[in-house]
Ligand binder design. Structure first.
Ligand code: NAD
Length: 297
């Protein structure tokens, strides 16, 4: 079984910084790669802030924080950064053509034993693996947001992923304090195949006037013990991301029940993307949220 020591994370956005944080905190020399130097700077500042929060809560000592930061290096040169990796976790933008290109590049530059993992939410692991000469060593390693806090790693086996690759990734995830759970490579895997239809149904209920935004969210929070209502969660994920995952489910599984609600498509077309754009089902100002006061909602 591949022993995973050196890790490279591709993409320093929301997920990449969290993934690099967790590996570095658990003793892995970790290189974080992005095309954009500003993203790398922002990611390092976020990791520093999140580690400091753990120190202030006494879940980490100042020495452990310093050791985690010492494990981290950044780079804009993907090929050089994967040259010594045992495991690469790709967390670049959710775009299939981009991921196929990155996997072909990583395959050419990473050591022969290296496992190539992707954090994709919805793109086929099997198609990504086919861009490499080592499909048995390609796997989905789907971390949840925010990565330092969430326990699950959904481990997705592509058509050709070997048992040895799965075992190595399961062992490595457990050593990070996470709980790996395996799924096979079908559209949306398990997490998004179950979550997104629920979110879509909440938007359909709103669209049909069954209840208002706060009522739908409160019913699911108070009645089902969900920590966040489905509409607030959709804002948190990003309405554009929700729409694109629903389209993957609809196309890949071919059933009308996955068709995205027209209200969701309209909101995305209007630039209302949720928390990141300042408005979705709620409006967001300086870190707080308020209900959108709108006749239609
Ligand atoms: P993001 O937009 O915040 O970050 C993506 C980063 O990738 C950007 O910094 C961008 O500069 C970089 N990038 C683009 N092309 C690159 C290249 N060729 N080489 C190196 N870096 C490159 O995206 P995110 O939300 O962090 O999502 C990343 C991946 O994680 C996606 O596949 C997404 O589906 C998945 N994911 C996201 C979430 C979430 O809640 N955001 C949850 C689970 C999985």
């Amino acid at each position: 079984m591949t022993q995973i020591q050196n890790v490279t994370v591709i993409g320093a956005g929301t997920m990449g910084n969290g993934i690099a944080h967790v590996f570095a905190q658990h003793g892995h020399p970790t290189q974080l790669v992005d095309l954009n130097p500003a993203s790398l700077e922002k990611a390092m500042a976020t990791i520093d802030k999140n580690l400091e929060r753990l120190v202030s809560k006494e879940r980490l000592t100042a020495e452990q924080k310093a050791a985690a930061l010492a494990n981290l290096t950044t780079s804009t040169d993907l090929e050089a950064a994967v040259g010594g990796a045992d495991l690469v976790v790709e967390a670049a933008t959710e775009n299939e053509a981009l991921k196929l290109k990155i996997f072909a590049q990583m395959d050419a530059a990473a050591p022969a034993h290296a496992i190539l993992a992707t954090n994709t939410s919805s793109i086929s692991i099997t198609r990504i693996a086919a861009a490499t000469q080592r499909p048995e060593q390609v796997i989905g390693m789907h971390f949840m947001n925010p990565v330092p806090l969430m326990k699950l790693v959904e481990v997705i086996r592509g058509y050709s992923t070997s048992d040895a690759t799965c075992e190595a990734v399961n062992a490595c995830s457990a050593a990070l304090g996470k709980i790996p759970v395996e799924a096979n490579d079908y559209p949306g895997f398990v997490a998004n195949r179950v979550l997104l239809p629920m979110i879509n149904e909440a938007i359909i209920a709103l669209h049909e006037g069954v209840a208002k935004v706060d009522a739908i969210d409160n019913i699911m929070k108070l009645g089902m013990a969900h920590p966040m209502g489905p509409l607030q969660l959709a804002d948190f994920i990003g309405l554009d991301v929700c729409l694109s995952i629903l389209r993957v489910l609809h196309e890949g599984l071919g059933k009308d029940k996955y068709a995205p609600c027209p209200l969701l498509a309209n909101m995305v077309a209007a630039g209302k993307l949720g928390r990141k754009s300042g408005e979705g089902f709620y409006v967001y100002t300086k870190g707080s949220k308020e209900l959108v006061v709108s006749a239609s909602f």
